[in-house]
Design a protein around this ligand. Structure first.
Ligand code: FAD
Length: 496
């Protein structure tokens, strides 16, 4: 390493220019204006992987319509704790985004957030009963108090006409609707945040620069080896704190860091494809995000949905994602990513997670083998009159589900996100994907609590965090008035 060119040391290195690094970098810079930050991104663009609008579903996950956040317990009751947590976390994200809009860091909120109703739609008597119970359970919590339920096909046709057109009216159906749902262009938001950040004194952005190695010196400082993908030159930068915000690439770098906390983690890649509607008449006639129930074995982020999107000011309609399998950890990664990630410390958790998740394996094989006709069948569950000529298949972003060592089970497959940090708080990585970008602000605040505990408790940081996120430290689920004030404020600032 010593023969590499030495860059000027910085306080913080952010690996990857996606929504997570952008959020962490911006919050840190607001809290400590003299902090020095270097951002490294292997692509020649910001937000080119999962954070790009065409690579994710752009749902502002608030648990309004995503049925996987409200599973049915064995006794038939509905578990809503995860839904409450996600709904609160999304409000926190909106508070932070309102702050950056008010500060003028983003030109117009319409460039990244739009109001799009969130609808859950199910068919079959059992699913109708599930949705009714889910609505009743959520109705007790004011985060969801605007949610409407119906099992009347005419009413559903008012909410989402195309879903009911051509449908057999004898089929039992039900839907819920939340008018205050959102579509978020996380790519646009990330680019705005990083553009602002890169203009600040002490911040540098290095595109087309890939982090290859990293190790911690005895002093506690991190030495990070960078390859400039244009010139092929290597350099070394030293930092007090490293955030591995490399999306699907985070697992590989976490393993390279050598921290004991990284041991026992593995990753299982799930790729995805969308059908994108090419018929402007159909696009204009649909105006909501319609989420259904996942098939048996499906990973949570492969729950099918018919999705109105606003991407760069233009309305689009997507259906999917259809899950698939690829050994790449990043959309623009290498087929060797999965094989090279397997080592002695994670082979047992990975094998036992594989054995325990045969339904997922079967589901993925079925999805990969799907014919054009089978894809059309899945689409027609939502749009009975759909014709394949109106749709084109596009590749979505790549997700890496976390596999974690477990004393009892050997290894478990985890569908959420996981922050892995060194005990000394000098390095932290974000693994996993869902609910991801929507809750990026809460995830980064959690990470900061672990890595900068003293500063997070200091009066100056606490005051500043409350300026950015007025509800910080309070429960929106327990305080109706606080939620109302917060939603009124963010809706006004974000133009929702
Ligand atoms: C199909 C799909 C649908 C989704 N739908 C939603 C949704 O509806 N709502 C939602 O909230 N979330 C959704 N997500 C999740 C969301 O997209 C992610 O949580 C979020 O984008 C992750 O951001 P990130 O910054 O961690 O990663 P990324 O945006 O992937 O950024 C990581 C960056 O690191 C770079 N990188 C990797 N390795 C290196 C290296 N060695 N050196 C330098 N740079 C490196 C990559 O090139 C990349 O630009 C979805 C994801 C997928 C794939």
């Amino acid at each position: 390493m010593s023969k590499n060119k030495e860059e000027k040391p910085v306080d913080v290195v952010l690996i990857g220019a996606g929504i997570m690094s952008a959020t962490l970098g911006l919050i840190l810079k607001e809290l400590q204006p003299d902090i020095t930050i270097a951002i490294y991104e292997r692509l020649d663009v910001v937000a080119g992987e999962s954070s790009d609008a065409w690579n994710n579903a752009g749902t502002g996950h608030s648990a309004f319509c995503e049925l996987n956040y409200t599973p049915e317990r064995e006794d038939g009751t509905i578990e809503i704790s995860k839904a409450i947590k996600i709904a609160e976390q999304f409000e926190v994200s909106k508070e932070f985004w309102s702050y950056i809009v008010k500060q003028g860091y983003v030109d117009k909120p319409q460039t990244f957030i739009s109001k799009v109703p969130h609808i859950s739609f199910v068919w079959g008597q059992d699913n109708v009963e599930y949705l009714r119970k889910r609505h009743d359970a959520l109705d007790d919590c004011h985060l969801f108090s605007d949610m409407q339920f119906t099992d009347n096909p005419e009413r559903i046709a008012e909410w989402t006409p195309l879903v009911m057109e051509g449908r057999d009216r004898s089929q039992p159906v039900a839907a819920t609707c939340m008018g205050i749902g959102t579509d978020v262009n996380f790519g646009s938001l990330t680019r705005c945040m990083i553009k602002h950040l890169a203009k600040q004194e002490g911040v540098t952005l290095h595109l087309h620069n890939e982090i290859k190695e990293l190790f911690q010196h005895k002093s506690g400082e991190w030495h990070i080896e960078v390859k400039d993908l244009h010139t092929k030159e290597r350099s070394t930068i030293h930092a007090g704190f490293v955030f591995i915000g490399a999306g699907g690439g985070a697992l590989t770098l976490l393993e390279r860091s050598g921290i004991p906390e990284a041991k026992g983690y593995g990753g299982f890649p799930v790729s995805g494809q969308w059908l994108v509607c090419k018929n402007p008449d159909i696009v204009s006639r649909h105006q909501s995000k319609v989420y259904g129930k996942a098939s048996v074995g499906a990973p949570p982020m492969s729950v099918p949905h018919l999705d109105t999107r606003i991407i760069n000011g233009k309305k689009a309609l997507l259906f999917g994602p259809y899950a698939g399998f690829s050994t790449k950890f990043l959309k623009q990664g290498s087929y060797m990513d999965l094989p090279l990630s397997i080592s002695l410390h994670n082979i047992r958790p990975m094998l036992s997670a594989g054995i325990r998740n045969m339904q997922l394996t079967k589901y993925l094989i079925d999805q990969v083998m799907q014919s054009r006709e089978e894809r059309l069948d899945a689409l027609q569950d939502y749009l009975p009159n759909a014709r394949m000529d109106d749709w084109e298949l596009e590749v979505a972003g790549q997700r890496v589900q976390v596999i974690k060592k477990d004393e009892k089970e050997g290894g478990i497959l985890q569908f959420g996100t996981e922050v892995v940090s060194a005990a000394d708080g000098s390095i932290s990585a974000l693994l996993g994907a869902s609910p991801g970008a929507s809750v990026s602000v809460s995830i980064m605040l959690e990470l900061m609590g672990r890595c900068f505990p003293d500063k997070m408790n200091s009066a100056s940081w606490q005051d500043k965090i409350r300026q950015m996120i007025p509800s910080y430290g309070q429960s929106l689920a327990d305080n109706r008035e606080l939620l109302e004030n917060t939603r009124n404020h963010t809706s006004e600032v974000l133009g929702l």
